[in-house]
Design a protein around this ligand. Structure first.
Ligand SMILES: C[S@@+](CC[C@H](N)C(=O)[O-])C[C@H]1O[C@@H](n2cnc3c(N)ncnc32)[C@H](O)[C@@H]1O
Length: 276
């Protein structure tokens, strides 16, 4: 069998399984199995893959079962950099790049500000912030030790100096710590929300689900965050598509001022900036 024949067969199986990006996924799976760049895969359709069919089919089978491509490949691009990912962490999302853009717009290039990321997962937020604003001091917490392990790997691979700590939100931090920015993309999905099998069956529920209402983590942050913020500090949050008004009500009723509310690149309400 040639590579091109396998790509056609794989794309057709993936399309039947309901995978939208079936052609691209087939090419990337072939790249993983053959340990080649996608450009090589595209240019070598007439190569024989007879001796690699088993490996190709085993990756194809995983994707047909709707395992996310990023977990199969072992990496995901975020803000132009490659992050190692595993089922211990949420796969970084495009909308979180919009969160990054918002945070960066508040951080001048030259001020040595302190930033804390809560629920760091793969570490994509603090690592990006540190690399884009090297003068800042960046801290990150997660309740999951496995997520932190992977975040440390990513920070090392990408040469970003981040201070990681395991903590249930702010509970284990030095109670005298103060930050100019507290940022978070916490779990915010309602427990009973129905979602694609790729997400629900494979991504860590600790990273996805916020509780019965979805916004339970924000209910804790609204009370816990003020004492960790420096004067004029900002709390910058990613949130669910239908939570903007609820969260504005929750935060403003508890002494926070809304600085701005932003949509993501798809036009969905996604980011809130508060100060206290
Ligand atoms: C939606 S994921 C975000 C991951 C990463 N920041 C990103 O944007 O891709 C939420 C993260 O919060 C962590 N988390 C959940 N509950 C937490 C808690 N109570 N305290 C700290 N981290 C928590 C999860 O382990 C997960 O890594």
């Amino acid at each position: 069998m040639t590579l091109l024949q396998w790509l056609k067969h794989a794309a057709s199986r993936l399309e039947s399984a309901g995978v939208d990006s079936f052609k691209l996924d087939a090419q990337l799976l072939a790249g993983k199995a053959l340990q080649k760049e996608r450009s090589w895969i595209l240019a070598h359709g007439d190569e024989s893959v007879d001796s690699e069919v088993e490996q190709l089919e085993s990756l194809l089978y995983r994707r047909i079962k709707r395992e996310p491509l990023a977990y199969i490949l072992g990496y995901r691009e975020f803000y132009g950099r490659s992050y190692t990912v595993s089922p211990a962490v949420l796969i970084p999302r495009q909308e979180t790049e919009d969160l990054i853009e918002t945070i960066l717009s508040y951080i001048p290039n030259d001020e040595p500000l302190k930033i804390l990321d809560i629920g760091t997962g793969s570490g994509c937020i603090p690592i990006t912030l540190k690399l884009e604003r090297p003068q800042t001091e960046v801290f990150a917490v997660d309740i999951s030790s496995e997520a932190l392990e992977l975040a440390r790997v990513n920070a090392k691979n990408l040469h970003a100096e981040i201070q990681f700590q395991q903590s249930d939100l702010l509970n284990s931090l030095d109670q005298n710590s103060k930050f100019n920015f507290i940022v978070s993309n916490p779990p915010y999905i309602r427990n009973d929300f129905s979602m694609a099998p790729d997400i629900k069956l494979y991504e860590p529920h600790l990273a996805l689900f916020g509780g019965e209402k979805g916004w339970e983590i924000y209910e804790r942050l609204v009370h816990d965050a003020p004492k960790f913020l420096l004067p004029n500090g900002y709390l910058i949050l990613e949130h669910g598509y239908d939570q903007k008004d609820i969260l504005i009500g929750l935060f403003t009723a508890n002494g926070w001022r809304l600085v701005t509310a932003k949509k993501d690149i798809s036009g969905i309400d996604r980011i809130l900036v508060f100060n206290h």
